[in-house]
Structures are given as C-alpha cells and as structure tokens.
Write a protein that binds this ligand. Structure first.
Ligand code: ADP
Ligand code: G6P
Length: 511
C-alpha cells in the first residue's frame, strides 16, 4: 500500500533526533534538546530549510508518532532496551567510538552487538525510504549509521545519498582491527558522496578501501567493486551558526549574566573554563593534572585564578564513561581539598546541561578557554568560544588533536599528552599582552565567521549534487520498491565475507 505520510526533498538521518523524550517523575512527557555537537550544527541547518529528520527519540520502546517541531519534520525510529544496550552503548560507543578515537580506551568486540547494529541500521534505512520524496537528497550522519547508505541505495535507487562523519576516521592500522571492517566500508560506499572533518580522515577512508577491499582508488575517489560507480571522499569541516550565536552573545541579558558569573566567583583575575561532554576523548584528566601542578607549584592559585569545568553527563551506562566520571570527580575533590581555600575552591565542577544563553555567558566570562582533547573530530566548543568573544577578549588553548586546530592555527596550541608543555601554554595564554590576544582573537573570529555552519551545509550539499549521476530506477516503469516489502539481504560478497570473517571476530569481556 502506498504510504500516506508526507515525503521530503531533504532527509537527514542521525542516531538522535534534535530533541530527547524525557518522562518526568510525575509522568509528564517533556522534549529536551539532545546533547552533542552534531545536534547543535544540524539543528541550525535544518531550521533554515524544509526537510525531515529521522532519528531515535532517546528512550526505549515504541517510537512516538512523527511530528513537526520548529519547522522540522521529526520522524522517530524505535529502539528497544536491548538495542540501546547493544547497538548504541555497545557497538556504536564501546566498539566504534574507541577505534575511531585512537583507542584511548580499548575497544570491545561482540558479535551480538554487530547484529543489533545491522538491525537498527536496516530500520533507519526503511524509515528514510518512507519519508524521502522521489529523487530526494538523503544526508546520513555519523558513525552510528555506516550501513545506511548502502541499505538506502538498495531500497531507493532514485535518491542521492550523502554521509558525513562528525568524528575522526581512523588510520587503516586501527580500522583493520574491526572484524566487520569490510561490511562497514561497503555500507559507506552505498553513498554518492562521503564527507569528513579533515583531509587526513578522508585519506584514511580511501586507503582503507584500497587495502581492505582491494577497491581501485584514484586521489579522493573509490570505484565500487563490480560497477563503474565512483564515490568521492572529501574534507568539509563542520562549523557553528556564527551570526545566530554572536547575536545571542551580544544580548544585554547574556552580557549581564557573564558579569554576574564572574562576580559570583569572587571576580578572579583569571577565570579558566572547560566545557565538554564527560568523555575520555576530551582530555579533561590531562587538563586537571596540568592545572593541579600549576597550583601546587604556586605558579597559579585561588582566589586570583579559578577553573570552571562544565562536564555534560554522557553515555553513563558504558563502563569507560562511568570510570572516567569517578576519576574526574575524585581528582576535582582532591584538588579542592589540597589547594582550595574557604570561599575560593580551585575548581568549580558542574555536571549539568545548560541553556544556550548560559553557555554564551560562560564563554564571555572566561579569560582562558581550555580545549584539550586527545582526539576530537572537530570540537565545536572551540568555535563557539571565539564566536561569543565579540569583545575580542579571552584566549583559546586548543589541542592539536582536534579538527578545529586545523582551522584555528592562531590559537594557543597544545599537546595535552605533554603536561609540562600544556602548563607553559596555559601560562602563555594568561600572560600574553591583551593587545596581542585581541589580534589573535580577531583572526580566529574571522575564520569562523567566514566558514560558518550555513556555508558548511551549502558546500556539502553542492558536493553531493555534483556527484556523478547514478543509475535511475528501471525505465520500463518498475515501481520504486517499497520500504515494507523489500528484503534487505546482504549482497553475495558480503555473505561470503561475513562467513569468512565471523570466525575471526574477537570477543573481549567488558571489564
Ligand atoms: P561533542 O559533539 O563531542 O560533544 P562538540 O564540542 O563538537 O563536542 O560539541 C558539544 C556541543 O554541546 C556544543 O554545542 C556545546 O556548546 C554543547 N554543550 C557542551 N556542554 C554543554 C552543557 N553542559 N550544556 C549545554 N550545552 C553543552
Ligand atoms: C558526538 C557524536 C554524535 C553524538 C554526540 C552525543 O557529537 O558525533 O553523533 O550524538 O557526540 O553523544 P550521544 O551518544 O549522547 O548521542
């Protein structure tokens, strides 16, 4: 039966919808903004053009009915409690996330997690096929949905398919550890265009196709096995809504709030700030270690200097995240116990999410912004900080291991593994004369203003449109297959590969 649902010319698919369904203690349903940079960026893109967003509503069980919110058609995809455990917490965040972030913590491999990942990717593909208009542009996001491009191609050969990776793409030596590496690459090669944060990420992908699939490659293009189809992989770094955020930061109430924050902290001479999801990739431990040493060596000290660390709760049922939280909270307690003073703690630790206004005020209040990830696809916090500094105040300490560093070279660059170097960089960011810091901030702001998220989206969609025309549906009038009645069988090569590789899939306990 033909679907009666509305269809859209632009369909974005991401693991999460921009809002999370939360059932409060008194049984009321509330929708709250979802965490993370992907949502920040894609939300501002989708608010300015008509389209649908396919994604998970953030809780277990049946999906809510599709609804419209602030001009975006939201199409929820259901995840069961077991799928949240196996697909989301397991395969996405305990297998792929560590592999794609330099194995900062060991990756865990479980065949059941892979089965759930496949099943959920199939469900997403069916949902996309349902809402995509004839010839639509389908824009798949991030590592949770790497099989979706090929699955959508099988269901809807008429649509144009793009995928963008918000996180790094690992070097082949790490990617090759994945028992399902071939299936993941083949899944991605279903797209017409693949976007990455850095050129190095795009090159890693092309190299993985060449070495692990034996696919012919030429510069940024991969030819798909058994076809003449070429897929391009290129860097298009994501950004922030510069104008929108700058406007917010210029609001008198937000600026007044920034002053109030400083006052409530005792008007320190230097206010340092960290803002991160509580994730082991963010280098929060390294930052605290450098800060603690600077305090104990009396090179810095409260009440003149203080640090506010905002750590958004994240993936709290994954063990590596639980351990990180315990460690960070213990370290903050120790630093405050050893080095704080009455009424002047050395670290103000906040484990909450805040409204955008409060974040903009915090950015304006901070003299030094500490962005010290060990690996980060982009890090939008760095770009948000400079966007909010319309007064040209402040200094950005930025890890070389973020995508942002490749654009924001003028920042105070650091290698977070080098604690001594990080300490020096923090001192430099504090002590550099104000005039020089203003010059640096001006250059950083120019870069972000010229390369904002609107430009990112326009560049991405232009690259997708420029991808070579793909085979269209059968001209003899065979109808485009329907989501519900098309079996999503693996291709013969995939079946063979799965059979060959399942024996080699390693399992590790989650301890
Ligand atoms: P990631 O996507 O890995 O979390 P990014 O730095 O790219 O990292 O993006 C984080 C986004 O989440 C930014 O838009 C930032 O402003 C927002 N954010 C981080 N912490 C908080 C918080 N405590 N409250 C509200 N928003 C937050
Ligand atoms: C990063 C990822 C996103 C993810 C976000 C928040 O930005 O690239 O895909 O949505 O972190 O993580 P979460 O697991 O809470 O969705």
């Amino acid at each position: 039966m033909p679907s009666e649902r509305p269809t859209f010319d632009l369909v974005v698919a991401a693991n999460r919808l921009p809002v999370d369904k939360v059932v409060t203690d008194d049984g009321e349903v509330e929708w709250r903004r979802s965490p993370g940079g992907l949502v920040t960026a894609m939300e501002s893109v989708m608010r300015s053009q008509p389209g649908a967003w396919v994604g998970w509503a953030g809780d277990a069980g049946e999906a809510p009915d599709p609804f419209d919110e602030d001009g975006i058609h939201l199409h929820p995809v259901a995840l069961s409690a077991d799928e949240i455990r196996d697909y989301y917490e397991g395969f996405s965040n305990d297998t792929l996330w560590p592999i794609y972030h330099d194995v900062i913590v060991p990756a865990t491999f479980h065949r059941e997690w892979w089965a759930a990942y496949r099943a959920v990717n199939e469900r997403f593909a069916r949902a996309i096929a349902e809402v995509a208009a004839e010839g639509a542009r389908v824009w798949v996001q991030d590592y949770q949905l790497q099989l979706v491009p090929m699955l959508v191609r099988q269901l809807r050969p008429d649509v144009r398919i793009g995928w963008f990776n918000h996180i790094p793409f690992p070097p082949v030596e790490l990617f090759a550890q994945l028992p399902w590496r071939a299936q993941l690459l083949e899944g991605l090669l279903g797209a017409d265009f693949l976007g990455f944060q850095r050129q190095a990420d795009a090159r890693n992908f092309v190299r993985a196709c060449r070495q692990l699939l034996g696919a012919p490659t030429k510069r940024d293009r991969v030819t798909v096995e058994g076809t003449q189809r070429q897929v391009r992989a290129a860097a298009i770094p994501i950004s922030v809504d510069f104008q929108g955020l700058e406007q917010l930061a210029k609001r008198p109430d937000v600026m007044a709030r920034a002053r109030e924050i400083r006052e409530s902290l005792g008007n320190p001479k230097v206010l340092m700030l960290g803002v991160d999801r509580l994730d082991y990739t963010k280098g929060i431990r390294h930052r605290l270690k450098a800060y603690e040493e600077l305090l104990s060596e009396r090179r810095l000290g409260p009440p003149e200097v203080t640090l506010v660390q905002v750590a958004t709760p994240s993936r709290e049922r994954v063990e590596a995240y639980r351990m990180l939280r315990a460690e960070i909270e213990q370290t903050v307690g120790r630093i405050n116990g050893d080095l704080g003073q009455i009424g002047a703690p050395a670290v103000h630790y906040l484990h909450h999410s805040y409204p955008r206004e409060e974040m903009a005020a915090l950015f304006q209040a901070a003299d030094v912004m500490l962005v010290t990830p060990l690996r980060d696809g982009m890090n939008l916090v760095a770009k948000e900080y400079v966007t909010c500094r319309h007064d040209l105040g402040g200094a950005l300490v930025l890890s070389e291991f973020t995508g942002a560093w490749h654009e924001l070279h003028q920042a105070f660059a650091c290698n977070p593994h080098d604690i001594e170097g990080l300490k020096q960089t923090i001192l430099r960011a504090i002590n550099t004369p104000a005039k020089d810091k203003q010059r640096i901030m001006k250059a950083l702001r120019r870069r972000v203003a010229d390369h904002d998220v609107q430009r990112w989206a326009a560049r991405y969609l232009a690259a997708l449109d420029a991808a070579p025309e793909q085979p269209r549906p059968d001209p003899r009038g065979r109808p485009t297959p329907h989501a519900e009645d098309t079996p999503l069988m693996p291709s013969p090569t995939e079946q063979l590969r799965a059979a060959g590789e399942s024996g080699s899939s390693r399992s590790r306990s989650r301890s």
